[in-house]
Design a protein around this ligand. Sequence first.
Ligand code: GDP
Ligand code: MN
Length: 397
Amino acid sequence: MNLYEFEGKSLFEKYDIAVPNGVLVRRGDDYAAAYSGLKIADVVVKPQILGGGRGKQGGIRFCTSHEEVARACEELFDADFEGKYVAAVRIEEKVDIAVEHYVSITYDTKFAQPVLVYSARGGVDIETVADEEIQRFLLDVRVGDINVQLAHAKDLKGVRQVCAHVWKCFLNEDVRVIEINPLAELAPRTKFEGARWVALDAKVVLDDDAFYRHKEWGEFEPRTMMGRPPTERETAVAKIDEGEGYYRGTAGKYVELDGDIAVLFSGGGASIASMDALKTHGLSPANYTEYSGNPPREKVRELAKMVLSKPGLRGLWIAGGVANFTDVAETFAGICDALDEVKPSYPIVVRRAGPNEEEGMRLMRECGERHGLRMKLFGKEVGIGETAKVLAEMVKE
Ligand code: GDP
Ligand code: MN
């Protein structure tokens, strides 16, 4: 799960990683009053989106009066950041930066270990920093303390301390990615004072598989990978697995899209390729849905009903490769239950193989005959992509 900047920053505070003072406003709040309450003249106004690059998109506003803050908030709530939903705006203390550093910890897939990445050249252009100026350290999850030999930083003690806190946060909070860019090094205010370190930005991704030991994560506001709040259908589908132990098969994923062809895929990789095949044949998906892992009939029925409930559908594509262990008859029985209720008038194309495929296809054929559905069935002798073409032709008829 991706966190908004303000959520990441409140996590940082728990681990003694300093962040600027700030206040969060929601759409329609009294922005000027929130600013006055901060009692700080120079502020930065930042949209809260699930994604970065705000600086480059004109999303970071420096303001010095309540009129400016109010205008910035209004503009940011209306602005389009590559289609990402602006959940809130954070108004925070503007700090004077001496140097922008970069710190992150994430998993290195090659070494199967967390890796700390540090550079004294952070900021909005981190992607263009030369490799020699970026340092990487593999970390050991069994060791809570880290001792990294950083070069390039003037105040090594300070940056090392931040890294130690970031590591603690990473371990304790079951984090997948934690990135502070920029980690600001502030100029000393007097010659007797050392540099101070403040996290000006926060990108945190939590490990969804650790949800069971973080009840507090349930309090985060709902979100989707699309950077917008979940739709009613998405929320309904997420409920199908609620309260379920891990191994009873999951209903699957449902992401609502703008098109008009409903899809029920099985198999992760194949389902993504199938989305492409649909587009290639001029069709546009109404949803992305993938069920696999052998869900029981009742769950597939609920999932399929939700997929079919979208208004304005012009076709249904039920597609998957040759299943390894997902029971085709069991899952098709669930889809047939939904078709029995909905009885769609639009064309339906099925392509599937695997355990109990004959029984599954028989159920599907009988369901089609029962309601006079416009349905075509294919097994493994026809490629998945080819059946998208069949559906495209049926939709055009
Ligand atoms: P991002 O573009 O979405 O990653 O947003 P950031 O929060 O990282 O802000 C982008 C850039 O804005 C930073 O790299 C800084 O250069 C600048 N910035 C953000 N906050 C402050 C601040 O408090 N003071 C100053 N001087 N610059 C800031
Ligand atoms: Mn940033």
